[in-house]
Write a protein that binds this ligand. Sequence first.
Ligand code: NAD
Ligand code: ZN
Ligand code: ZN
Length: 345
Amino acid sequence: MKAFVYQGPGLKAMEDRPKPEIQAPSDAIVKMVKTTICGTDLHILKGDVATCAPGRILGHEGVGIIDSVGSAVTAFRPGDRVLISCISSCSKCEYCRRGMFSHCTTGGWILGNTIDGTQAEYVRTPHADTSLYPIPEGADEEALVMLSDILPTGFECGVLNGKVAPGSTVAIVGAGPIGLATLLTAQLYSPSELIVIDLDDSRLAVARKFGATQTINSGDGKAAEKVMALTGKRGVDTAIEAVGVPATFLLCQDLVAAGGVIANIGVHGQKVDLHLERLWSQNVAITTRLVDTVTTPMLLKTVQSKKIDPTRLITHRFKLDQILEAYDTFGRAAETQALKVIISV
Ligand SMILES: NC(=O)c1ccc[n+]([C@@H]2O[C@H](COP(=O)([O-])OP(=O)(O)OC[C@H]3O[C@@H](n4cnc5c(N)ncnc54)[C@H](O)[C@@H]3O)[C@@H](O)[C@H]2O)c1
Ligand SMILES: [Zn+2]
Ligand SMILES: [Zn+2]
């Protein structure tokens, strides 16, 4: 089968690989229908993700059709259409029992990381019963691809951890797919202000279309001042970091109001300063989270009922044999204005 393979820092290629086989009774083999590329895949290609070894088929998002199942799989049969979660969960270990699927002792984020992923014709999915979701009849499968990772990530790590509430004020730093998914799902809670901050004016224009009440280009270094002016000098109740660099986590510390929350989503590769000398008396909370995808069934319903339309994030479409072009387009997002690319298999 055709598969997109990480061959080491800066090296990638389409390879011909054997079709995966059932290895454990709880496995399923899924024939991929649609997949996509995540910012995290770009981190892997740069060599930033130590757990992902050269030779790995990338991809942790997508929808497909069950090809075969192991003897212990009871929820799915060959021919069933499924949504693949970026997080695999056994549902039995101590962490899964607490709803922390991201830390499942035999799962978590393994697809396209420590085991082969979804950017291929077929993928082996461990713990199939509890890591795949049935696709409702008539669902828009491209919309569901956005449910593998980005929608639950924005919602769980940003909106829920950030305690977004009716009438509250929110700033989202970073208007990439994750920041925009946070923006879409934050509106389920009707905050009064949703301020989106980025360096890229075209992404800020998208944020306004998606419901941002204000947008700020932070390139002039005055974003904190502007947020203070917009919030009666208080700052925001929720400051969401959706970039993953020191500057944006520092900005969140400058934006948060007394009693507020800084909710970090970004994957950080470097240490970041924490200004406790200013924050200790401000009753703020700082949260971090690897997405658990516990809210996927709920988000699926909001997508089905059209409360959220994640297809608005899709900017480009490719075939699997054009995946190198897809990576190039996604990797040059500032020029190509790419957000999410759909890859049809
Ligand atoms: N916690 C999790 O479970 C989880 C899951 C998925 C992704 N992530 C992480 O979320 C982050 C965002 O993902 P994405 O795919 O949207 O990334 P992205 O790179 O597409 O978007 C980041 C945005 O930040 C903007 N930006 C960069 N530097 C900035 C600065 N100094 N000030 C303001 N804006 C700046 C960029 O212009 C871009 O629009 C990444 O770090 C990603 O790895 C975390
Ligand atoms: Zn991802
Ligand atoms: Zn588990």
